[in-house]
Write a protein that binds this ligand. Structure first.
Ligand code: G
Ligand code: G
Ligand code: MN
Ligand code: NA
Length: 250
């Protein structure tokens, strides 16, 4: 297709960019990290969402190249413009299963000089579906590099509490569907409260994603959630537009 053709050269043509979205720590009221979100601006196709092009890049194999660029660029940005903050990078299951991935992470850290604990990899639970044992092996190898591992969109899909015993994630990101229903559904509130307590017992931090209202923020604080992310605080934007928020972290 036109998209898969154009994807092949997107990086070389300078059409890829990272936006960042801040994460606020409840305890300190400060920005403690950002999530990197990939953007593709094509001269003819316009701006294409990663929700659309990442699955295509996975099928055609372009994801290896693109994912390595995302890692390099995220580490570079964090090292040069995000004093002390962590940067989180989304990694799809297909990327993680590739043999080259671990080396891409190592190279990105080396080239940027970023301390590994400032890089967080956000993976989704679908990684575990086909072969949980090898997923655990790969995550363990990455953890040995010193990077942090977050379980993204927790509760959205095939959540099994078993995954939480097979690998101890550093962070649980509570799926934004629950956050969106927090004020209107008792079950969403019960689930979020329970996830927060479970994470605490297992030594994981919790991040609520998709926080859009003050009411949600207040409730999440009272439920004991550690970090908040969402349009209420800031929409994903180029790092240059995030200067004021990031400076607040110093
Ligand atoms: O920010 P946005 O609405 O465009 O993100 C849409 C989806 O694309 C989300 O599921 C997000 O996790 C994913 N995504 C964003 N950036 C990246 C990236 O760099 N790599 C991968 N694999 N997925 C990404
Ligand atoms: O799958 P992942 O959680 O990585 O997806 C991140 C996606 O969530 C991106 O598309 C980002 O633009 C979007 N996002 C971030 N904050 C909010 C929010 O407050 N509300 C909604 N609806 N989407 C958000
Ligand atoms: Mn994410
Ligand atoms: Na998410």
């Amino acid at each position: 297709s036109a998209i898969s053709e154009a994807l092949r050269t997107a990086e070389a043509e300078g059409q890829l960019h990272l936006h960042v979205q801040p994460k606020l720590a409840v305890a300190s009221g400060r920005v403690v990290g950002v999530e990197a979100l990939l953007r593709w601006q094509h001269p003819v196709l316009g701006s294409v969402s990663p929700a659309e092009f990442v699955p295509i890049a996975e099928r055609t194999g372009s994801i290896g190249h693109i994912g390595a660029w995302v890692l390099r660029e995220a580490c570079r940005l964090a090292g040069t413009q995000l004093q002390g903050l962590t940067i989180a990078v989304n990694v799809s299951p297909a990327q993680l299963r590739s043999a080259a991935f671990e080396d891409d992470v190592r190279q990105a850290l080396l080239a940027s000089g970023l301390p590994p604990e400032r890089l967080e990899l956000e993976i989704t639970e679908s990684l575990f579906i086909d072969d949980a044992a090898s997923a655990v092996q790969r995550l363990t190898a990455l953890r040995r590099l010193g990077v942090r591992i977050a379980l993204d969109d927790f509760g959205a899909g095939y959540s099994s509490l078993g995954y939480l015993r097979q690998f101890s994630f550093d962070v649980l990101k509570i799926d934004r569907q629950f956050i969106g229903e927090l004020m209107t559904r008792d079950d969403a509130r019960a689930i979020v409260g329970t996830i927060v307590q479970l994470a605490r017992r297992l030594g994981m931090r919790t991040v609520a994603e998709g926080v859009e209202t003050e009411d949600q923020l207040r409730l999440l604080v009272s439920l004991g959630c550690d970090e908040l992310q969402g349009y209420l605080l800031a929409r994903p934007a180029p790092i240059a537009q995030m200067r004021a928020m990031v400076a607040q972290a110093e």
